[in-house]
Design a protein around this ligand. Structure first.
Ligand code: G3P
Ligand code: MG
Length: 245
């Protein structure tokens, strides 16, 4: 059976510390060598690490001046400086640059999931991520190029990143997936656990590409997927980091 990598989903598992630096530290302490996190754009174009399109579930305003702020305020309507007024359990929403730095310092492999808040922002997000990568000094930039994986449901976000390690994200495999995979030279496909059927996994493997699956929080399902030759599993379970098959 090929080696299977466990990835800490949303940095530390879906929940109160998801996509935060302290959450990722928990994942490191649990033994994870790889993390997945979500990147979105503020109104003024800063890539930040956050999952939801609207504030309120994770990040609440802690500024009395914003006390009445609608919890459904779209993240994409806020400027980077406005985000200082929001916190995830007392912790600021980190920028993509801060999370990159953290992962590099802790030798974590990363899967950067690009989440455009609306279709017309998809390419803009790709360029913002590319620009942040270009700021990295060598040899860190080369490490990112060699190890990190960039994925998106919005394939347009991946276009500016062509040449890096790319993965198409789907819930279930789309009919014309291979056209997109070829166009982007994507090396992998990431599927929802319900979409990772034996047939879908086989079709992807036939083209020489790897399959990774989200979100797997059950060891029996994990074992089945490992038997199908899946290369990686995204999990919310921090206690799965050391589990092997
Ligand atoms: O990247 C895989 C997975 O994270 C996609 O789902 O909603 O948790 O970002 P979501
Ligand atoms: Mg994600």
């Amino acid at each position: 059976m090929p080696t299977l990598t466990w990835w800490a989903h949303r940095g530390s598992g879906k929940g109160p510390t998801e996509n935060t630096l302290s959450g990722m530290k928990t994942a490191v302490d649990a033994g994870f060598k790889a993390v997945e996190f979500d990147v979105m754009l503020t109104a003024d174009g800063l890539p930040v690490v956050h999952h939801d399109w609207v504030m309120g579930r994770c990040a609440m305003s802690d500024d009395p001046a914003l006390a009445g702020t609608d919890p459904l305020t779209p993240l994409a309507s806020l400027r980077a400086r406005d985000l200082r007024h929001y916190s995830v359990r007392g912790e600021r929403i980190p920028s993509f640059a801060e999370v990159m730095q953290f992962c590099l310092e802790h030798n974590l492999q990363a899967n950067v999931e690009l989440k455009a808040t609306q279709p017309r922002d998809a390419i803009r997000l790709g360029y913002a991520v590319l620009s942040a990568l270009s700021e990295l000094p060598e040899p860190l930039k080369s490490r990112v190029r060699a190890d990190w994986v960039f994925s998106s449901f919005y394939h347009a976000s991946l276009m500016p990143l062509k040449g890096l390690r790319l993965a198409l994200l789907y819930e279930t495999l789309a009919d014309r997936w291979v056209v997109h995979a070829d166009a982007l030279q994507a090396e992998a496909v990431h599927l929802h656990v319900l979409g990772a059927t034996p047939e879908a996994v086989r079709r992807i493997h036939t083209t020489g590409r790897q399959v990774r699956v989200y979100t797997v929080n059950d060891l029996e399902i994990a074992r089945e997927l490992a038997n199908r030759g899946v290369a990686g599993l995204f999990t919310d379970r921090m206690d799965f980091a050391q589990h092997s098959f």
